[in-house]
Design a protein around this ligand. Sequence first.
Ligand SMILES: Nc1ncnc2c1ncn2[C@@H]1O[C@H](COP(=O)(O)OP(=O)(O)OP(=O)(O)O)[C@@H](O)[C@H]1O
Length: 250
Amino acid sequence: MADLLKIRNLALGYPGLTLFRGLSMDVTQGTSLAVLGANGSGKSTFVKMLLNLIDPLAGKLSWPNGRPSEVGYLAQLTEFDRRFPLRVRDLVAMGAWKGFGLRGHLSAETHDKITSALEATGVLEIADRSLHTLSGGQLQRALFARVIMQDTPLILLDEPFAAVDQNTEAHLLTLIDRWRDEGRAVILVVHDLSSVLDRCDHVLLLGGGTASFGPVRDILTPERLVSQKYLSESQAAWMFPEASREAAHD
Ligand SMILES: Nc1ncnc2c1ncn2[C@@H]1O[C@H](COP(=O)(O)OP(=O)(O)OP(=O)(O)O)[C@@H](O)[C@H]1O
């Protein structure tokens, strides 16, 4: 699979605040990347850069196939105002603005795609409900359906499982697998050391003034999680008891 995005020698931050420097990594089609870090480590800043909302302090981003005209983006659920007077079906249709005709009409093909997206995310039966009547999990499913309609090569999900139950998480993870199989690149911001990380190909760990990128098992070592201020020494000893026993033997 080809590289969608190449990042070289990146420094990210704000005037007077460098979050990290020296990050080089590739985002490849058909892979998933988790972005993990403690509060304030720069996860949202990294997302904003990918959305072209802020510039890097230094370094270069290059898009070998051209910058996608649109990025499939799912903001944190808490940022979504569900009082907006919309039905589930309308929210999902908003992802298909490219399929709107000159007079704002949807083609029959786009209608079919909306139905498939509602079905794939498990919200077809509640397609005519207003957003304000939905649970957090139902709303997140509808927002995933909107991302399906956006049909983009790069998908950015900001803490997609923060407010959903285990069943919904398991269902939505199968959609992420599907996007990966379709050759899209999926980037997920995650807050916890959860099993979601096992489903990702790579992780970008931010914190302690550093950014580490690589395969999940290589990066998420107790030593690195401590040095990058994600865990304290005692949290790491509790979460990785075997590693701390081995260290005591050495
Ligand atoms: N516009 C801004 N100007 C200056 N500093 C900022 C700005 N936005 C964020 N910051 C600072 O940059 C740092 C990283 O913020 P960011 O929101 O990217 O972290 P995060 O990892 O997403 O945190 P959280 O997990 O709490 O959402 C923080 O110290 C924050 O205060």
